[in-house]
Design a protein around this ligand. Structure first.
Ligand code: ZN
Length: 245
């Protein structure tokens, strides 16, 4: 009996066999000049991306950050983004409720704490902060998923980008911006704007995890009758990441 072929992987990491051109512009993380070596390529496919796409990842020698060449900010208002089934995936599988609530729940601040979550998406973290911890919370997010979360969870999420979408002068006790900083063109400007909106003694929650930067797998194993490939134990996967972020 012929078994059905598994679908091709949606995301592939490609380690180059030959030296590729470096990135010559300033590092998007620390601003250092000079060449940043090419590390690997990431290729992916999507239902509406005919032929897929492939982007290089570079490594900054000065700050060790790994980065894509600065990307265009996606249009989160495009109705296509919901066609992907993004919200169903996020709500049922991708949100990472335990990491969100575990991290926010560790912050020892009393009821009434003023909490801003930048890039809150659907708003599970905000919902936990408001309804479980009794904080006063506001979210900021430009995606249609945020509008769904606003309706479903009875929370307030301003449509747009920080700091423009937080026009009030009042400062915040806790600001969360998880899995955000790697998506903005000028991370230092974002951090400066966050600092300007924090109360003295305020707290910034910048991310939920700090994965090790990718390194070329050293061990190879040979599958029977198959090609040599990286040992699967050497590969990392961030399955909590939102599909397009
Ligand atoms: Zn750098």
């Amino acid at each position: 009996m012929d078994l059905p072929q598994p679908p091709p992987p949606a995301i592939r990491v490609i380690w180059p066999d030959t030296e590729q051109p470096p990135y010559e512009r300033p590092c998007p993380n620390c601003g250092a000049s000079g060449a940043k070596p090419h590390l690997l390529d990431v290729a992916w496919t999507a239902p509406k991306l005919k032929g897929g796409d492939r982007k290089p990842v570079f490594a900054c020698p000065a700050c060790t950050a790994r980065f894509y060449p600065p990307l265009d900010v996606p249009n989160y208002h495009d109705p296509d983004v919901m066609d992907w089934g993004w919200h169903q995936f996020h709500i049922q599988q991708g949100a990472g409720l335990v990491p969100i609530t575990e991290t926010i729940g560790r912050i020892a601040r009393p009821a009434g704490t003023r909490f801003l979550e930048i890039g809150c998406g659907y708003g599970f973290g905000l919902d936990f902060a408001i309804h479980a911890l009794g904080w006063q919370g506001l979210g900021i997010d430009p995606s249609p998923m945020a509008r769904l979360g606003t309706a479903d969870l009875s929370i307030t999420i301003n449509d747009g980008y920080f700091p423009q979408a937080d026009p009030a002068a009042a400062l915040w006790d806790v600001i969360a911006a998880t899995e955000v900083i790697e998506h903005v063109e000028t991370p230092a400007d974002l951090l400066a704007a966050i600092r300007a909106r924090l109360n003295p003694g305020g707290l910034l929650l910048p991310d939920r995890d700090q994965p090790a930067p990718p390194a070329r797998p050293r061990r190879l194993h040979r599958c029977r009758d198959g090609p040599r490939r990286p040992h699967p134990g050497r590969l990392r996967r961030r399955d909590r990441r939102r599909p397009d972020r």
